[in-house]
Design a protein around this ligand. Structure first.
Ligand code: HPA
Length: 249
C-alpha cells in the first residue's frame, strides 16, 4: 500500500507519530532519540522514520509548512496507516507579553484564519481542540522536565507574511491567543473527523510584539526539550492507550 505522498507499507508507522514541520528536524529526532530508526517514507524528501524510544514504538515524519501540507500528511496517517496519535512539534511566534521566547506553548485549541473547516459544511464555527489525554501527558512531562510552558489557544495562520500583521495580531492577542503557527488547526480537525488524537506543542522561536528571536543555539536546546516532552508523551500514551473515538460517519 502507498499513497501519492507516502510510500510506506501499512504497519510501518507506529501508533504515535511526532510531526515537526521540517524534514531535517524529523531526521534529527530519529537519529538523536530513536533506537533502530528505519526510513519508511521519503516521497518529496518528507522523511518518515520508525524506531523505539524507551522501548516504545514511535514514528517521526515532517508535516511540511501550512495547513494544506499538514492536512494531507496527517489525513493519510490517520486514515490509511491506522495512526492513533499525532503530536506536532513546531515553532511559533508569540503575541502575548507573558509568553516568552524559548517557552513551550501547548495548543489546547487552535483558532484559524483558514477556510479548512468549510469542507465539513457545519452551521457554525468549529472549535479545533487538542486531545485531553495527550495534553495532560505532555503537561506532566513538561513539569517533570522543569521547562517553562503555557497551555492555551494558538492561531494557525494561512500566511507567514501578512499584509495586515500588526492589526490582526493585536486582535488575536485581545482574545488571549498565545502564539501564531501554521498547522495545528488542520491537524486538530483531521483528528476530530477521524476520531483520533492530536496535540500541537510549539517552541516560541520569536516574539512578534518585541521582535526578540532565539539564536540558532538556543533554538536547538529548546527544540530538544520539546522533542523530549513529545517523546515522553508518546511513551505515556503507548502505555495507556487513548480509546478510539471511532469515525462518526
Ligand atoms: N508566524 C507563523 N508561524 C511561525 C511564526 C510566525 O510568526 N514564527 C514561527 N512560526
Amino acid at each position: 500500500m502507498s499513497t501519492p505522498h507516502n510510500s510506506a507499507e501499512k504497519g510501518e508507522f507506529a501508533k504515535t507519530v511526532l510531526m515537526p514541520g521540517d524534514p531535517l528536524r524529523a531526521k534529527f529526532v530519529a537519529e538523536t532519540f530513536l533506537e533502530g530508526a528505519r526510513l519508511v517514507n521519503n516521497v518529496r524528501g518528507i522523511g518518515g522514520y520508525t524506531g523505539f524510544y524507551k522501548g516504545c514504538p514511535v514514528s517521526v515524519m515532517a508535516s511540511g509548512m501550512g495547513m494544506p501540507s499538514m492536512g494531507i500528511y496527517s489525513y493519510e496517517l490517520f486514515r490509511f496507516y491506522d495512526v492513533d496519535n499525532i503530536i506536532r512539534i513546531g515553532s511559533a511566534g508569540a503575541i502575548r507579553e507573558d509568553v516568552r521566547v524559548r517557552d513551550l506553548v501547548f495548543g489546547i485549541g487552535a483558532c484559524t484564519n483558514s477556510a479548512y473547516a468549510s469542507q465539513y459544511g457545519l452551521h457554525g464555527t468549529f472549535a479545533p481542540t487538542a486531545s485531553y489525554s495527550l495534553l495532560s501527558a505532555a503537561v506532566k512531562a513538561a513539569e517533570e522536565k522543569g521547562v517553562r510552558y503555557h497551555v492555551g489557544n494558538l492561531l494557525s495562520s494561512d500566511t507567514f507574511y501578512s499584509d495586515d500583521a500588526d492589526e490582526a495580531n493585536e486582535m488575536w492577542r485581545r482574545m488571549g491567543v498565545m502564539a501564531i503557527e501554521m498547522e495545528a488547526a488542520a491537524l486538530y480537525m483531521n483528528a476530530a473527523r477521524a476520531g483520533k488524537n492530536a496535540l500541537a506543542i510549539c517552541t516560541v522561536s520569536d516574539h512578534l510584539l518585541t521582535g526578540e528571536a532565539t539564536t540558532a543555539e538556543e533554538r536547538q536546546t529548546t527544540f530538544t526539550d520539546m522533542m523530549e516532552v513529545a517523546l515522553e508523551t508518546a511513551v505515556s500514551v503507548s502505555r495507556n492507550p487513548v480509546p478510539d473515538k471511532g469515525d462518526a460517519s
